[in-house]
Design a protein around this ligand. Structure first.
Ligand code: NI
Length: 172
């Protein structure tokens, strides 16, 4: 379905979080930012604290970022490899249902390794391939570049949540 019929659903729902920042710069620094946040929160049970009932803890947010990196890794490669690849969405709340015994450290390690690998792929993707077309069943037609921008905006969204959690503990 052409994107103009998508009733206002944006190709990158996180575009406002990215703003005018360079998405590759954002993508490159997120592992370091997450590492600092995990270190800051690795006292007491701060990684488990929930800002509100039903909201994710810092540990769960970092597990979610690791899982999203798996999805992004697959989408980036399928977009480059296939013609008009169709993305398979996933239910993030169902995936979060598996986070019970998983550690923030393991999630951070997985995220950082995958992010390094994805960043290398992105940085070695020729400029003309950045416009390669891909289709998301809910967000419409987009390009490889849109996925990169979505990764960056998604990072900023969750880093903002994590910064707020860290700031909350800084006052106590
Ligand atoms: Ni998210």
């Amino acid at each position: 379905m052409p994107s103009r019929y998508n009733r206002g659903v944006a190709a990158n729902p996180y575009a406002s979080f990215l703003g005018a920042r360079n998405p590759v710069d954002v993508i490159e620094e997120t592992s370091r930012r997450l590492s600092e946040i995990v270190t800051r929160l690795s006292v007491g049970s701060n990684l488990e604290w929930r800002p509100a009932p039903g909201k994710w803890s810092a540990r769960e947010i970092i597990c979610h970022l690791a899982d999203c990196e798996i999805a992004f890794a697959f989408r980036l490669r399928q977009t480059l490899a296939e013609t008009n690849h169709v993305i398979q969405p996933f239910d993030q709340e169902k995936w979060a249902g598996m986070y019970g015994g998983l550690s923030a450290r393991a999630a951070l390690s997985a995220f950082s390794s995958l992010r390094e690998w994805d960043l290398a792929l992105i940085q070695h993707t020729p400029a003309e391939a950045m416009g390669k077309k891909v289709h998301h069943p809910e967000r419409g037609d987009m390009t490889f570049r849109t996925i990169v921008e979505t990764m960056a905006g998604h990072d900023v969204n969750h880093l903002t949540q994590l910064d707020a959690i860290v700031a909350g503990f800084a006052h106590t």
